[in-house]
Ligand binder design. Structure first.
Ligand SMILES: Cc1cc2nc3c(=O)[nH]c(=O)nc-3n(C[C@H](O)[C@H](O)[C@H](O)COP(=O)(O)O)c2cc1C
Length: 438
């Protein structure tokens, strides 16, 4: 059996992905607000030859979060642009909202990152779950789930036209003729759709990758349809190996049905990891994190990540019946509504205990050998092409992954021993997209 090399994406979060991480790491609590923190993590991930680092985006925070977690939600493209200067190979994936951006403007920002990084940019396409974003952007309403996704299709179409608005050979730099670029090799989008109107070309030539790598993490039917049509890298949050296999199998079928090659799409489930030199040590580290976890945070976070405003709910009362028949703001909210209907008199706090917050990922606790075995088993079962690694604490877990898990995977012939190319597309084995227009 020939196995494809694994791919890894490092999820960067302040002090680590576990909610208690900031309470156990010894660093200055304000360190996560400085470039050094991000640069340190990016360098560790690059030392581990990982495909990319990933930055999430939350464009509205519910205020409960400031009590429980470090709040460092900078603009991802700004942070990644700074990281482009202190790394040379690793991919730089940032999240951007189709609901609260304009397509030309977003296409420009990610293409800027692609130029400045020499072809390492990726865009995680989200439609934004939290209704609180509307208020920050001067919108009266937060669009409903399926409408957000309908717009997202058109948004990505237009962004692609913007990225393709210069032919690859447009810049000629002909000093003798006095022609920097051939005007005839431009093709303005002149797009007039249901939701967007975009006229002109981007204000700079096509970027090194042609288009940044498209990434997607939605789990609903509408989210999967968007992924199947456009995404080249997919994050998921499966709760078990069986769920991961079912998800990846279904997604690959949808990709093929959309007329694309499933081999050109990598599925990297999110996995929170806590590592230790021995299993007992790893378990003790994880136990300490769990002991510090706050039940208050858990119910608030489960509501927020499902797309509700936690301040609007009483945790000791049942889930309001008035919301039962409202459209669910996300796939996770759909699960919450189902649970609430099944136990109409139970306090919300109890119902939410069974629902995970965050990305819905599993928490792996063990030694590097055990993690390497877990990764290989998931790959062999067809559940993953690699993983989005979320260190429960950072940088500790990422260093341990790079120094102790990566060599095991290399020895087993599952992982690269050097970067072969320079762009994120090179790392992922993806072709450079042809310019559709010119
Ligand atoms: C690994 C991972 C990372 C995610 N990052 C973000 C993010 O940065 N911002 C965001 O708004 N949603 C993020 N999400 C949520 C999804 O993009 C998506 O919005 C959510 O699952 C709701 O869409 P759905 O109803 O299609 O599932 C992430 C999900 C996963 C699994």
């Amino acid at each position: 059996m020939t196995v494809r090399p694994l791919h890894f994406n490092a999820f960067i979060w302040p002090n680590g992905y576990h909610e208690s991480a900031w309470r156990v790491v010894g660093d200055d609590v304000r360190g996560v607000l400085g470039l050094d923190y991000y640069a340190g993590i990016a360098r560790i991930a690059e030392r581990g030859l990982m495909d990319a680092i990933f930055l999430a985006d939350n464009i509205a925070i519910a205020e409960y979060r400031v009590t429980h977690l470090p709040q460092t939600q900078f603009d991802p493209v700004s942070v990644l642009s700074a990281l482009a200067a202190v790394t040379t190979r690793i991919g730089l994936i940032g999240t951007g909202s189709t609901t609260y951006s304009k397509p030309w403007e977003l296409a420009r920002r990610f293409a800027t990152l692609d130029h400045l990084s020499g072809g390492r940019a990726g865009w995680n396409i989200v439609t934004t779950v939290t209704p609180l974003a509307a208020g920050n952007f001067g919108e009266r309403v937060h669009l409903e789930h399926d409408e957000r996704y309908t717009r997202a299709h058109e948004f990505v179409e237009v962004a692609q036209r913007a990225w393709d608005s210069w032919a690859d050979d447009a810049v000629v730099g002909d000093r003798a003729r006095g022609v920097w670029a051939e005007r005839s090799r431009l093709r303005a989008p002149r797009f007039h759709g249901r939701f967007y109107d975009v006229e002109g070309v981007l204000p700079f030539p096509r970027s090194p990758q042609g288009r940044p790598v498209l990434v997607q993490a939605g789990q609903s039917a509408a989210g999967l349809a968007l992924a199947a049509r456009y995404a080249e890298l997919i994050f998921s949050g499966p709760a078990s190996l069986a769920a991961a296999v079912a998800f990846r199998t279904d997604l690959r079928a949808r990709v093929a049905a959309a007329g694309r090659d499933p081999e050109q799409v990598a599925v990297l489930p999110a996995l929170m990891v806590t590592l230790g030199g021995t299993e007992a040590e790893a378990r003790a580290r994880a136990r300490r994190l769990e002991e510090l976890a706050s039940p208050e945070f858990r119910w608030q976070n489960a509501l927020y990540t499902a797309g509700f405003d936690p301040d609007a709910f009483d945790p000791d009362a049942p889930f309001p019946r008035s919301l039962w028949d409202e459209p669910a703001p996300s796939s996770r909210a759909g699960k919450l509504l189902e649970a609430a209907r099944a136990r109409p008199d139970a306090p919300l706090r109890d119902i939410l205990k069974d629902l995970t917050g965050g990305a819905g990922q599993l928490h792996f606790v063990g030694t590097p050998e055990q993690l390497a075995d877990h990764i290989v088993a998931w790959q062999d079962a067809g559940g993953a092409d690699g993983f989005t690694i979320m260190g429960s604490t950072l940088p500790y877990e990422l260093s341990a992954f790079t120094d102790h898990v990566v060599p095991l995977l290399q020895r087993r012939g599952r992982y690269r021993t050097e970067y072969r190319g320079h762009t994120l597309r090179d790392h992922l084995g993806l072709p450079r997209p042809r310019n559709n227009i010119l």
